[in-house]
Design a protein around this ligand. Structure first.
Ligand code: ADP
Ligand code: ADP
Length: 234
């Protein structure tokens, strides 16, 4: 069985030869299809760099990253845009909705740019909205919604195309505890519907929704904790 994600001896350096920052220092990990994984660690430990390398926004200095067995580091520029659009879903700390479009239009746009037939678009938008309990806000503009509703609309947009991998960077960072809980329930729903999720978070409550938490420090994987299991040192 091919893992959803394989990170193989990835290193990432920033800066010049004289003044190098080793943001990732030999990270290897596998994420199985359908897994929900939290990535934790102190500020500056390399979490965002790792996520950016997985999402092909950034390129590792060494090592390989395979999504569904495909080495994404070898993709050319034109293929990269397509890979991100078709295979990945993104959830950020800020919902990043287009504020001149309704919730429905924001979600539909993800389908339209992936060339989904127009007659299928509205039924797919409504199905994902029902699942994430945002049907009642579909015709609202972002400024008419609460922060929590906007964030759930962003989740719907991230998964409406059935991406292989959902990448979430501090998705609860701007939410109060009630909305955090709702968002985490959304992510769990997405996961139960088949999405593999990788979530960077500082928040151990958020991490408790994951099957497994990975701890990164100084660009290295130092520990991991599986739900219901004792910590495993590395
Ligand atoms: P903070 O939220 O204070 O910034 P950190 O980012 O340092 O916390 O760590 C996030 C969470 O990960 C904390 O709950 C911390 O206890 C836990 N953690 C960090 N490193 C390890 C480790 N090596 N093993 C187990 N848990 C860890
Ligand atoms: P985290 O997300 O865990 O807070 P980051 O991945 O943002 O950590 O950063 C890891 C290290 O790499 C830090 O020392 C940071 O200063 C450095 N870094 C991140 N991005 C850049 C960049 N574009 N240029 C130079 N250094 C960077």
């Amino acid at each position: 069985n091919v893992p959803a994600l394989r990170v193989q001896a990835v290193e990432k350096y920033y800066g010049s030869r004289e003044n190098v920052t080793r943001a990732l220092d030999g990270i290897s990990l596998d994420v199985a299809q359908g897994e929900f994984v939290a990535v934790m660690g102190p500020s500056g430990s390399g979490k965002t760099t790792l996520l950016n390398c997985i999402s092909t926004i950034d390129r590792p200095s060494a090592g390989h990253i395979l999504v569904d067995g495909q080495d994404v580091c070898g993709l050319r520029r034109g293929e990269l845009a397509r890979f991100r659009r078709e295979r990945l879903g993104f959830v950020f700390q800020d919902a990043n909705l287009l504020d001149t479009l309704t919730a429905r239009e924001n979600i539909a746009l993800a389908l339209t740019i992936n060339h989904v037939a127009p007659r299928e678009v509205s039924s797919r938008v409504e199905a994902v909205a029902a699942r994430l309990q945002i049907s009642e806000v579909l015709d609202k503009m972002p400024h008419e919604m609460s922060g929590g509703q906007r964030q759930r609309v962003a989740c719907a947009r991230a998964i409406v195309c059935d991406p292989a991998l959902v990448l979430a960077d501090e998705p609860t960072g701007a939410l109060d505890s009630r909305n955090s809980r709702k968002l985490l329930e959304c992510l769990t729903q997405m996961n139960e519907a088949g999405a593999t999720i990788i979530m960077v978070t500082h928040d151990s409550f958020a991490a408790s929704y994951a099957h497994r938490a990975l701890f990164i420090k100084d660009g290295r994987l130092i520990n991991e904790l599986s739900r219901g299991a004792a910590p495993r040192g590395r």
